[in-house]
Structure formats: structure tokens, C-alpha cells
Ligand binder design. Structure first.
Ligand code: ATP
Ligand code: MG
Ligand code: MG
Ligand code: MG
Length: 566
């Protein structure tokens, strides 16, 4: 690409309306222009970066076994009425009418549309699991659009939705997608952190967010200085809200609890287990407890109705002395359940008899827990109560203490369970010929937000420093006073052709500008490598190769340049 034929659109002044560095630099580097509040034009340089991010996301989705589709931005309101979100979603949902006065929405997310699609296209368990994704424009009427495209009203999201016959299959895909997200952020080259999240209005139980740690982030992340533990402090609010809304009934289940006894009890007491039970106390004997807990934690279909907020275990201490033992017991009873999912906080009755240092079952083959005792050990997915947490508090996993950092949420994955499939009656015929609603997962990533987050982490006083993976161009050729020197023009044109032929994304600054102007612009845009062609070095058949990040300059012959870049 020649700058003379391109829309570079750089600007010197820092725009007054831009609060954060990424927004300032995106405007100055000519990446975006505001059209209206929360609505941005993507200029050529910006769009190249968006496309790079999208390509990495697409590649990792395909590798994870997800299949690309495309759904309309405009969605009929009927589907939202069916799911219940026409009522629940609030003013972020932009509602519009067509010429026949029929209601539509501009899609802020696509659970409804995909559930409707899968309901119509998939009829047998043999077609599952299925994971579908799109990379597409979303609209949310944000109450406070800000930070440029970081919190805009129209933005690009990759959203994936997976469909399963049971919770185990959902969990398998969830783990694959979790890994795919890690791969994406690693490939882009961002410092990121997966954190335990509140599943919010989308519903469901297990949820992780992926955060890029940066001071401009709007979320508070509590993370251990000595383990992988990290959680969004938003959870605290979620817990507080949950407490207000959940009724206070306590359900005690005594003796060999199983689904039947629980159902019988619920019925006898005229309770709605979802609406009225806050705490479920299990007084189990050692024969039944691990089976029961395993069913709950596994999200066994028939037990999904059990949404008790707390699960208290007053159990035979040998099996249930603490969280470690719960996990161990699971491993013992159900062999290959994989990482244990805790849907609710587990409260252990610590007055029960103490047992220390016992060996218990394996979560993975040959991986026995030893030394299980009263030591608190919070499961990977356990939701800790982070209300009033301050830096220095002990980490809920018992390892190290907590630091609080600002994070930018760039990705979010959920195990939705049957929230949408049930409301919209999306099911299949199972192997036994019965009709079952599907288990669903959903997985979002903010493609355009990643662009801003990457800049927040990679800049200096001269401008953006793109990670190579998403740079708009790999290299820029900056010829000095080319329009006065035939020799320089020839060398620049030749090099430009060679680099293009080698498939390298090269920008050729062939403007009639002073070298200083070119240097400043290219540093501002943040192209990782530049090649400066000047008279003196050409005498030795050399050019100057400069790395944007390190500032390192190397003299290379033209043939060496190609090897240096590839
Ligand atoms: P936030 O907490 O920042 O409002 P969210 O939790 O509402 O985000 P999700 O519904 O989880 O967002 O959507 C998935 C991803 O889409 C987010 O992780 C984020 O990267 C991106 N995203 C959400 N809202 C916006 C927005 N207004 N502008 C740009 N990207 C967004
Ligand atoms: Mg939001
Ligand atoms: Mg959020
Ligand atoms: Mg989110």
C-alpha cells in the first residue's frame, strides 16, 4: 500500500474528548472517527487491525471445532418475548418498529436467534454437540458510551453458542472454549487473566471473564498474588442482589438423600425449590452423600431444578470434612468428572468431627488427593463472597493474598444450562427416544474492544506499539527525500516490490513529506518495523532497519532485509 493512495488521516492534536490513551491514539493515528455518541467509522488503518483480530479469533474458533454462521442484526421481538428478555433486558435493548408496526430489536446478543435456529434444524442427539459462532455487529444502547470503541453502542463481537445433550458435554466444550480464549489472547500477545465472573442477566451458573489488566479498565479484579485465583469484584454486587431476592426457606434433607427424597420433601412442604429455597442442608450418611453431591455439581439434568443458594453439608466427616474432601469424593464416586464445578457456595459444618491427612478419591486417573483436611481449598469455579474485599485480604483459595487491579473485560464465557432452550423449547430426541431440552453454552469476545485494550497495554509517548500479530502493516518503507533522488526512489520501489512479492504487508510512504513528518506518523501508527532508505547508507547498498518496540536500529543489505522480516 502506498501512503499517497491511502487514507492515512493522522492528526497532531490530542482530541479533548478522549479520556483514555487508546482513544486518543486511535483518533490521532487515524484509526477511527466518531459519527455520533457510541458510533464510529473505522478508517482503513483501524479496519486492518480489526480484521487481524477477527482472523485470529476465527482461526481459534475453527480449531476449537466451532462452525461459522451469520445471523441478522435485526431480530423479531417475538423471540425476545418467548425467552422473557423483552421484559427483562432494559433500555440497553434498542427496539424498533418496521413499516407494519411490528416490533424488532437491534441484536445486543444472539441467544434467542440461535436457539430458534437450532430448534428448527437439529432434531436428534446424533447431531450434537454443536458449536456455532459468528463475527458480527452488535448494538447496545449503552447508558454511558465512552472510551471510544472500548464502550461503544455499535461494536463487533464474536459470539459462539454451543448445544449439548447433557451437562458433561457442555462442560467439555466449555473447557475447550476456555482454552481457545487463552490461545487467542496469547497469540495476540496481551497480558490477560481469566477471572471468575457473575453470569449476570444472561443466566446460568459457571462463567469466566477474560480481562486485560489496565488502569483504564472499568472492572475491579481481585486476584491472588500466589495462585491462579482471580474474580471480578462485580460478583459481590451480584451476591448482594441475589440475597435480597432469594427467599429465606431452609430445606433440610436428612438420611440417604437422593432426588426422590428431595422431591418428596419439596412437594410435602409445598415449596418451589427455585423460588423459595435459599439454603439446602444435607445431612448425609457416608453411603449417599458423594453420589448426591456429584449429581448436583455435575448439573445432572433432573437436578437442575435445585437452585438452592447455599449448600450446607453436615455430613460424615470422613467424606465431607471440607471442600477438598467434596472434590475428592466426587473424584471417588464419578471417576472422570474432570474439574469439579461448584454451583453454589459450600458451607462446611466445622463442628463436625475432625479428620486430617486422609487420602481420598481421584478426580483424574491416579491423581489422588492426599492430606485432605480442614484447610480451606476453594474449587476452581467456586463463587467466593467478595463483598467489601480489600487488597491484602486472604485469597479465597487459601493461597496468598488478594490484590485488586483494574481490568478491561475482553471476553466472557457462560454455561447457560437450559435457560433459553427451556423457555424456547429447543430439544432433541435422545437415545432412549425421549424429548429433552438442550444444555447451552455461550461465548463472547469483544473483537473491536480488543483493539483498544491492546493499545492500552502497548504504547509510548510517540504512539502505538502494535504487537506483530495484529499490526495494520508489518513494515513501512520510509525513503528520505525520494522525490529529489532517483536512486532512492528506485531502491524504495524495488524493495517495495520484493516485500510485496514475499507476501509481507508493507506500507510504502511515498508522500512528498519531510522525513520528520514521516517518522512521526509511522511511530504514531505503530508499525512494528521500518526501513529507512537514505543516500549515505545506499552508498554501501544498505538500509536502516528499525524496530518500533525496542528502538533498535540495524544496517542491512536489501537481501538481508527479507530474511530479517520473515
Ligand atoms: P461490560 O461489562 O463491559 O458492559 P458485558 O458484560 O455487558 O460488557 P458481554 O455481554 O459479556 O458484555 O459481551 C461479550 C463481550 O462483548 C464483552 O466481554 C466485551 O468484550 C464486548 N462488549 C460488550 N459491550 C461492549 C461495548 N459496549 N463496546 C464494545 N465491546 C463490548
Ligand atoms: Mg454491558
Ligand atoms: Mg461485564
Ligand atoms: Mg460480560
Amino acid at each position: 500500500m502506498r501512503t499517497s493512495q491511502y487514507l492515512l488521516a493522522t492528526q497532531k492534536e490530542t482530541p479533548a474528548e478522549a479520556e483514555v490513551i487508546s482513544h486518543q491514539l486511535m483518533l490521532r493515528a487515524g484509526m477511527v472517527r466518531k459519527l455520533a455518541s457510541g458510533l464510529y467509522n473505522w478508517l482503513p488503518t483501524g479496519l486492518r487491525v480489526v480484521n487481524k483480530v477477527a482472523a485470529i479469533v476465527r482461526d481459534e474458533m475453527n480449531k476449537a471445532g466451532a462452525i461459522e454462521v451469520s445471523m441478522p442484526v435485526v431480530q423479531p421481538a417475538d423471540l425476545w418475548v418467548e425467552s422473557g428478555r423483552w421484559e427483562d433486558y432494559g433500555p440497553e435493548l434498542l427496539r424498533v418498529k418496521d413499516r407494519h408496526q411490528r416490533d424488532f430489536v437491534l441484536g445486543p446478543t444472539h441467544e434467542e436467534v440461535i436457539t430458534n435456529l437450532v430448534k428448527n434444524e437439529v432434531s436428534s442427539y446424533k447431531q450434537l454437540p454443536l458449536n456455532l459462532y459468528q463475527i458480527q455487529t452488535k448494538f447496545r444502547d449503552e447508558v454511558r458510551p465512552r472510551f471510544g470503541i472500548m464502550r461503544s453502542r455499535e461494536f463487533i463481537m464474536k459470539d459462539a453458542y454451543s448445544f449439548h445433550i447433557d451437562a458433561q458435554s457442555l462442560d467439555d466444550t466449555y473447557q475447550i472454549m476456555h482454552q481457545a480464549y487463552c490461545n487467542i489472547f496469547e497469540r495476540i500477545g496481551l497480558a490477560y487473566r481469566p477471572v471468575i465472573a457473575d453470569s449476570g442477566s444472561i443466566g446460568g451458573a459457571v462463567s469466566h471473564e477474560f480481562h486485560v489488566l489496565a488502569d483504564s479498565g472499568e472492572d475491579d479484579i481481585a486476584h491472588s498474588d500466589n495462585s491462579d485465583y482471580a474474580a471480578n469484584v462485580e460478583l459481590a454486587e451480584a451476591l448482594a442482589v441475589g440475597e435480597e431476592q432469594t427467599p429465606s426457606e431452609t430445606l433440610e434433607v436428612i438420611d440417604t438423600p437422593n432426588l426422590k427424597t428431595i422431591n418428596a420433601l419439596v412437594e410435602a412442604r409445598g415449596l418451589d425449590i427455585k423460588k423459595s429455597v435459599k439454603t439446602l442442608i444435607v445431612k448425609a450418611d457416608e453411603h449417599s452423600e458423594h453420589e448426591f453431591i456429584a449429581l448436583i455439581l455435575r448439573g445432572d439434568h433432573s437436578l437442575n431444578e435445585i437452585k438452592a443458594e447455599k449448600l450446607a453439608l453436615v455430613a460424615s466427616p470422613l467424606q465431607m470434612a471440607d471442600e477438598t474432601a467434596v472434590k475428592a469424593t466426587l473424584g471417588c464416586g464419578f471417576g472422570s468428572l474432570g474439574p469439579v464445578k461448584l454451583d453454589m457456595p459450600i458451607i462446611v459444618d466445622r463442628s463436625a468431627e475432625r479428620v486430617v491427612d486422609f487420602v481420598c478419591g481421584a478426580n483424574t486417573d491416579e491423581q489422588h488427593y492426599t492430606g485432605a483436611n480442614w484447610q480451606r481449598d476453594v474449587g476452581e469455579y467456586e463463587v467466593a463472597d467478595l463483598r467489601n474485599v480489600v487488597a491484602g485480604d486472604p485469597s479465597p483459595d487459601g493461597k496468598g493474598s488478594l490484590s485488586i487491579s483494574k481490568g478491561i473485560e475482553v471476553g466472557h464465557i457462560f454455561q447457560l444450562g437450559d435457560k433459553y432452550s427451556k423457555a424456547m423449547n429447543c430439544g432433541v430426541l435422545t437415545e432412549s427416544g425421549k424429548h429433552d431440552v438442550l444444555q447451552m453454552g455461550c461465548y463472547g469476545i469483544g473483537v473491536t474492544r480488543i483493539v483498544a485494550a491492546a493499545i492500552e497495554q502497548n504504547n509510548d509517548k510517540f504512539g502505538i506499539i502494535w504487537p506483530e500479530s495484529i499490526a495494520p502493516f508489518s513494515v513501512v518503507i520510509i525513503p528520505m527525500n525520494m522525490h529529489k533522488s532517483h536512486r532512492i526512489m528506485e531502491a524504495a520501489e524495488n524493495l517495495y516490490k520484493q516485500l510485496q512479492d514475499a507476501g509481507i504487508e508493507v506500507l510504502f510512504d511515498d508522500r512528498k513529506e519531510r522525513p520528520g513528518v514521516m517518522f512521526n506518523d509511522m511511530e504514531l501508527i505503530g508499525i512494528p518495523n521500518s526501513i529507512v532508505i537514505g543516500e549515505r547508507n545506499l552508498d554501501n547498498q544498505q538500509v536502516e532497519f528499525k524496530n518500533r518496540k525496542s528502538g533498535e536500529k540495524t544496517l542491512l543489505t536489501i537481501s538481508e532485509v527479507l530474511n530479517h522480516i520473515q
